[in-house]
Ligand binder design. Structure first.
Ligand SMILES: [Zn+2]
Length: 87
């Protein structure tokens, strides 16, 4: 159970509460960024870095990313609506 004082919480409720999240392969993103970080634990998403995350949850604009572990931990607190994109 995640506590409200969890070190990963830094006011993400201002932009990530009650939003739709899409489960996506990182290389399918629409943005031009070379890499991103999990909004909570700062884990790296990247195509180029071997041990970086290759898939996770992201907002509709592919701007904010959340890793699987943080998704599990904060899903209840943030009340996300998950959309799995079919291929
Ligand atoms: Zn994370």
């Amino acid at each position: 159970m995640v506590q409200p004082n969890d070190w990963r919480l830094t006011s993400q409720e201002n932009y990530l509460k009650n939003v739709e999240l899409f489960y996506k392969i990182y290389s399918d993103r629409k943005t031009e960024t070379d890499h991103d970080h999990c909004e909570f634990c700062l884990a790296t998403f990247s195509d180029a870095i071997h041990d970086a995350l290759k898939e996770g949850y992201t907002t509709a604009n592919d701007y904010w990313w959340v890793c699987k572990e943080c998704f599990e931990d904060f899903n209840e607190m943030f009340r996300w609506k998950v959309i799995v994109e079919s291929k």
